[in-house]
Design a protein around this ligand. Structure first.
Ligand code: BGC
Length: 763
């Protein structure tokens, strides 16, 4: 495997590329995310989002509804920008390195995914002709998640002179806003009120608090500075609401000055006394020294890649992109109490840090297969917000069960437009599906007894309550499926299948548990055999729209009656359609923002015959705009599983490089985590044709044309497996754990230790 490093030449980068680089080179560890902004800042008026985010830390802000109908949400949570401690000014003999002043001779940025760091290397010439070489190394630590380290080395290339550092501690930072884009917040306020901002002898400290949600953020920073190997004295001063660290020294030609900044964050959601916690953590960070954390980070990354490694042979670019995507999933996954994965991870403010169904449907597959601890933690987040989900269900008039909010941070609904928000009940289905997959892959019945089954039962109850029988078929009215260009419909095929699956599995798993615990959990959750029977019955009698003439599953009851939107004739500038057409106009056409029925066919493949899947794929392909980033990856999986190899590769190509190439045009606002998880799934579930059920593990692999092959690793039960698919041979190796049976191209094999399964590639 080559080194996993992404690099960009930024020497002549324009503003858009800079904003993009802020996202691509952001560093995060699931708790703390730091956008990869220029340390020296940008002049006013330049588009930049100077963010430092703490997963799950939010403010509550009003969301005025034009008409105050009952139950509409009047406030929302928004992820706050917790501060700015990435600004460091460098001056040479009084001339400050500033964007647009002097000359950038070269600038390279890179992300080293083996080391878990990002690097920026700049050669800059001041207006008076003094040249420096600047090397900045950034890391948000995986071993101490509260810690961000910023290291700067400045070398004088052609002068002897005074060099000065000024590192800023800005506790009150503004959020980013774009009032013209519905995917961004419209308000760019600072949501933190200062409680205490101090310059201490050897460090800075701030305590700030959000006004409404009452969350305290504590930040402490300390610095070390050396020049030509000698320690330099420094001082912290408070200036207004900022603390500024200053250090200066004289540099000879070719000498290097090094500044290391340790920044520690804590918040009152996780720490009783965040102020005291940051001080203690900062003490230990300083005494351990940065080298300790860099080493530990590298070891952490080695262990991560050992479990999650993925490589595409014969397409270096896609291979690196696939690693980048996986790496971003790691960076985004919240494992601290009450956190999950935001749609943009911790790389930007798009969708305001909200958690959607993206986590369970697109991101959990990766963690279910490679890191159970993270998977459990993500499920636990939903468990911890069951109370809010129950309340949401009541608000919507359901007497029983839990309905998860469409978008949220703290567990309550944040969707202002319920039509393509709260009405998307399928989020319950995604959560249930992810939990069942966790169980099927891990066999962890203890976790199901502890948390999983309670969520399954509560979401199942919701379906049972929300739906009703008509002519002996169980139906669901007025819901919105994944395709948000078709809203508030009856019997959305995808939603109905999710509901049926949820009800059936909730009952089944409860029965399994009852055998083990003699009915204790059933009693605890006030369930009964009658209730389980009623869930199974509704699941069995679910109504699934089918059109005889076309041989496809219509997306919902009325979908096929609508005129077809002419995608071909729509000018390019009108995409995404949501930015140029009134929602009502879109709802009245057959036009899809993203995969809907096609996704259902992948998830519930064994409930649909291949012919229907194929015809449906062809039908929906023609009317899908992929305006949502969650779409192409699903089409890639579906095409691969239908044997449409060329199409699969083409969809995959767009999906795997979506953020690195800014294919959606808005990666500057943050990465598209769901697509990243989806591109992983396209390889594993698409090209390799992996299917995992409770007692089934099978592969149906092929190598896309133009590749030499690919390999990946995953875990089923306690067995860790590597799959290597080459053009002439497939090798499945049991890396560790018990032997197990596996089907490859429909044939059973026993996978044993020290005896890799080698099969000739199917022609
Ligand atoms: C998609 C949703 C998705 C959300 C956040 C929307 O554009 O239509 O399916 O959950 O973005 O990624």
């Amino acid at each position: 495997m080559n080194k996993r490093i992404i690099s960009r030449n930024m020497t002549h980068a324009d503003d858009k590329e800079r904003m993009l680089a802020e996202t691509l080179f952001s560093t995060a560890n699931g708790y703390l995310g730091v956008r990869g902004c220029n340390e020296e800042g940008l002049p006013d008026g330049k588009n930049t989002c100077r963010g430092m985010y703490l997963n799950g830390v939010y403010e509550i802000i009003p969301m005025k509804q034009a008409e105050s109908l009952f139950g509409l949400i009047e406030e929302k949570q928004t992820m706050i920008n917790s501060g700015d401690l990435q600004t460091v000014y460098i001056s040479i003999d009084g001339e400050r390195m500033e964007y647009g002043k002097g000359t950038v001779l070269s600038e390279i940025r890179s992300l080293d995914m083996d080391k878990g760091i990002s690097i920026r290397e700049v050669r800059w010439r001041s207006e008076s002709g003094k040249e420096i070489e600047l090397r900045v190394k950034r890391m948000t630590s995986f071993v101490l998640k509260n810690l961000f380290i910023l290291d700067m080395e400045v070398r004088s290339l052609n002068f002897e002179g005074d060099i000065a550092f000024e590192a800023l501690h800005i506790a009150k930072a503004n959020n980013y806003a774009n009032p013209d884009d519905p995917r961004m917040a419209a308000e760019g306020n600072c949501y933190l009120e200062p409680q205490r901002i101090e310059a201490l002898k050897d460090r800075s400290l701030s305590l700030t608090k959000t006004r409404v949600s009452g969350i305290t953020v504590a930040i402490a920073s300390a610095h070390e500075c050396t020049a030509a190997g000698k320690k330099i004295d420094c001082v912290y001063n408070k200036e207004g609401e900022k603390v500024i660290y200053r250090a200066g020294c004289r540099l000879k030609e070719n000498d290097t000055a090094v500044l290391t900044g340790y920044v520690v964050f804590a918040d009152s959601l996780r720490e009783e006394d965040p102020g005291a916690s940051v001080m203690t953590m900062l003490d230990s960070a300083i005494s351990n020294k940065s080298a300790y954390y860099y080493d530990a980070q590298e070891q952490y990354m080695a262990a991560f890649w050992d479990n999650a490694d993925m490589e595409i042979l014969g397409d270096e670019d896609s291979s690196l992109s696939a690693c980048f995507n996986i790496y971003q999933l790691l960076q985004s996954a919240g494992t601290m109490k009450r956190s999950s994965i935001a749609a943009k991870g911790l790389s930007g403010e798009g969708y305001e840090g909200h958690y959607f169904w993206d986590t369970e449907m697109f991101l959990m597959p990766f963690f279910n297969l490679t890191d159970r601890e993270v998977a459990r933690s993500l499920i636990s987040y939903r468990y911890d917000t069951l109370k809010e989900a129950r309340e949401n269900a009541r608000l919507l008039g359901h007497k029983k069960g839990a309905l998860y909010p469409w978008r949220t941070i703290n567990g309550t609904e944040c969707s202002g437009y319920y039509v393509s928000g709260t009405a998307a009940y399928h989020i319950n289905g995604a959560i249930a599906y992810a939990i069942c997959s966790y169980y099927d892959i891990s066999g962890d019945i203890d976790f199901m007894m502890d948390k999983g089954e309670e969520i399954l039962l509560e979401t199942a109850r919701l379906w049972r309550c929300a739906g009703s029988y008509y002519k002996d078929r169980f139906m669901l009215f007025d819901v919105t499926g994944p395709d948000e260009y078709t809203c508030m419909v009856n019997n959305n095929y995808y939603t109905n299948l999710c509901a049926a699956y949820n009800m059936e599995r909730a009952a089944q798993i409860m029965e399994e548990i009852t055998v083990i615990d003699g009915g204790r959990l059933m009693d605890k959750l006030s369930s009964s055999r009658e209730e389980l029977e009623s869930l199974k019955e509704a699941a069995k009698k679910i109504y699934l729209p089918y059109d005889e003439e076309l041989g496809i599953n219509p997306q919902d009851d009325s979908f096929l009656q609508k005129p077809v939107w002419d995608i071909e004739a729509t000018p390019k500038e009108e995409f995404p359609l949501l930015m140029h057409h009134h929602p009502l106009e879109l709802y009245r056409y057959q036009v899809c923002k993203q995969a809907d029925t096609v996704l259902a066919h992948f998830l519930f493949e064994d409930r649909v015959d291949a012919e229907t899947r194929k015809k449906s794929f062809e039908y929906y392909e023609k009317i899908t705009t992929h305006d949502s980033s969650l779409s192409r990856c699903v089409f890639a999986i579906a095409a691969a599983r239908l044997g449409e190899k060329k199409k699969a590769l083409s969809y995959f190509g767009d999906s795997v490089k979506m953020d690195l190439m800014n294919l959606q045009g808005n990666t500057g606002d943050g990465i598209h985590t769901a697509n990243m998880g989806g591109s992983y799934m396209a390889i594993v579930y698409g090209f390799a044709g992996l299917t995992i059920r409770r007692d089934e593990l099978s592969l149906d692999p092929f190598v896309p044309d133009s590749w030499k092959g690919y390999r990946f690793r995953f875990k089923k039960g306690d067995s860790r497996i590597e799959v290597c698919v080459l053009t002439d041979e497939v090798t499945v190796t049991l890396l560790d754990g018990p032997e197990l049976s596996i089907k490859v191209w429909g044939e059973d094999h026993l996978l044993k230790a020290d005896s890799p399964l080698k099969l000739h590639q199917k022609k």
